[in-house]
Design a protein around this ligand. Structure first.
Ligand code: MRU
Length: 369
C-alpha cells in the first residue's frame, strides 16, 4: 500500500469552471498516471475534442463537462470579446446559436446518456428562463448556476451511491471492478468506487482487484492509480484474469459503473463488462452496477437499442505501445462498450436506493423519487 503523498490525484478537480478565463478546466486523463496536467477548454472544438479523445471521460464527468462547456459557449455568444463587449441580441438569435453548439457537443460520444441528459437539462433551463421573461444576459447567468449545480449534485449523488453500495458488502471483502468508474469519472467518490472510498474512510479494509481494461487501460492508468493514491489495497490484473481471481474465492462482489441503463435493466458499460458479469454468475459472485438515476434511460426499452460507440483500430493495434503490436492492415473490431443482459445483473445501485429484478418496475419506481 502507498503512503499518502502531500498532493494526490484525488486533490485535483476532474472538471471545474474558470469564470475569469471563461473556460472549462479538466485533468487531461490521457496523460495519467505519468503526468498530472490541467488543461483549459475555451472553444466548442476544444470541448468536443476533449470528450471524444477521452481527456475527460466517464459518464457523469462527461455530463458535467458538457454542462459547463455549453455555459462557457453561451457566454461567448453574448460576450464574444469579454464582458465589456456585449452583443445586443434577442432570444431567437441567441437560442439558434445555443442549440447549434449544444447539438455539436452532444455528437462527441453516443453511448453515455449523461452527455445528452446534461445538455437537455441546460436547454430546458434556458427555454424556461426565457418563458419567465428573463433577458438573454440573465439567462446566461442562470445557465452558469445550473452547470455548477449539476456538478454539486454529482458529488452528493455519488456519496449516496457509496452509502447504498456499502450496505451490500462487509469489512475485509474482496471487490473487483472494471474500467474506471472512480473519482476521475465523476466529480468526487466515483460510482463503483464510492463504496470503496466510504469503506476506506471507515476502516473496512477492502481488497480491490482492478481489471486493466483493454484497449485504453482505464483500469490500470486511472482506477489502480486513484485507489492506490488513496491508500486502498488494490491489485491490478489483466482483463483475462478475472475468472481466476473469482474461482480462487478472492472476490465477494463486483462493482462496475455504467454509461446507460435501459428500462429493462440491460446496462451498457466499458467493453468487457459483460464478460465479467458472465464469469461472476458462473462463480456465484454478486454483480452490482452503480449508476446515478441520470444514467437510467427509461426511453430506451432494452440494451438492443443502445448505440455502441466504435473507436479507431489504432487503439487496439498500437496505442500505448512503442511499436505496433499487430500486423499492418489487420481487420480490427473496437467497440468501446458492451451491453450486459439484465439477467446477469444482481442489482443496480443508485442514489435513491437499490433496484433489483424485475428491473422494469424497480427502475421506474426509483426514477420517480
Ligand atoms: O470510455 P470511457 O472511459 O468514458 O468509459 C467509461 C466507463 O465505461 C465507465 O464505467 C462509465 O462511464 C461509468 S463512470 C462513473
Amino acid at each position: 500500500m502507498k503512503e499518502k503523498d502531500s498532493m494526490s490525484i484525488l486533490d485535483y478537480e476532474t472538471v471545474a469552471l474558470d469564470e475569469n478565463d471563461n473556460s472549462v478546466v479538466i485533468i487531461d486523463q490521457t496523460k495519467l498516471p505519468g503526468k498530472t496536467e490541467m488543461i483549459k477548454l475555451h472553444t466548442a472544438q476544444e470541448i468536443w475534442d476533449a470528450i471524444y479523445l477521452l481527456k475527460v471521460r466517464g459518464a457523469p464527468a462527461i455530463g458535467v463537462a458538457a454542462a459547463m462547456g455549453i455555459y462557457v459557449l453561451a457566454r461567448k455568444i453574448v460576450w464574444p470579446i469579454g464582458q465589456s463587449g456585449t452583443v445586443e441580441m434577442d432570444f431567437t438569435d441567441f437560442y439558434e446559436k445555443f442549440a447549434e453548439q449544444k447539438d455539436y457537443l452532444n455528437s462527441a460520444r453516443p453511448t453515455a446518456v449523461n452527455l445528452s441528459w446534461a445538455l437537455n437539462r441546460m436547454d430546458r433551463v434556458c427555454r424556461q428562463a426565457h418563458k419567465d421573461g428573463r433577458t438573454v444576459e440573465e439567462i446566461v447567468e442562470i445557465l452558469g448556476r445550473e452547470a455548477r449545480e449539476i456538478k454539486e449534485e454529482d458529488i452528493r449523488v455519488c456519496r449516496a451511491i457509496g452509502e447504498n453500495g456499502l450496505s451490500l458488502v462487509k469489512p475485509g471483502d474482496g471487490i473487483l471492478t472494471h474500467c474506471n468508474a472512480g473519482q476521475l469519472a465523476t466529480c468526487k467518490y466515483g460510482t463503483a468506487t464510492a463504496p470503496i472510498y466510504l469503506g476506506q474512510e471507515r476502516g473496512y479494509g477492502f481488497k480491490v482487484f482492478a481489471d486493466e481494461t483493454r484497449p485504453l487501460l482505464q483500469g490500470a492508468r486511472l482506477t489502480a492509480y486513484e485507489l492506490y493514491s488513496a491508500g486502498v489495497d488494490v491489485t491490478l490484473i489483466c482483463d483475462n484474469m478475472s475468472a481466476m481471481v473469482m474461482k480462487n474465492g478472492w472476490i465477494n462482489a463486483v462493482f462496475v459503473g455504467c454509461d446507460r441503463v435501459a428500462a429493462n435493466g440491460d446496462v451498457a458499460n466499458k467493453i468487457g463488462t459483460s464478460v465479467v458479469a458472465a464469469v461472476a454468475k458462473r462463480y456465484g459472485v454478486p454483480f452490482y452496477v452503480c449508476a446515478p438515476t441520470s444514467t437510467i434511460d427509461l426511453n430506451t426499452a432494452t440494451g438492443e437499442e443502445i448505440q455502441i460507440e466504435q473507436r479507431p483500430a489504432e487503439e487496439v493495434t498500437q496505442m500505448w505501445y512503442r511499436e505496433p503490436m499487430a500486423p499492418e492492415g489487420i481487420k480490427v473490431f473496437n467497440p468501446a462498450f458492451d451491453v450486459t443482459d439484465h439477467e446477469l445483473v444482481t442489482a443496480i445501485v443508485t442514489e435513491h436506493g437499490i433496484a433489483r429484478a424485475p428491473f422494469g418496475d424497480s427502475l421506474a419506481a426509483l426514477c420517480k423519487k
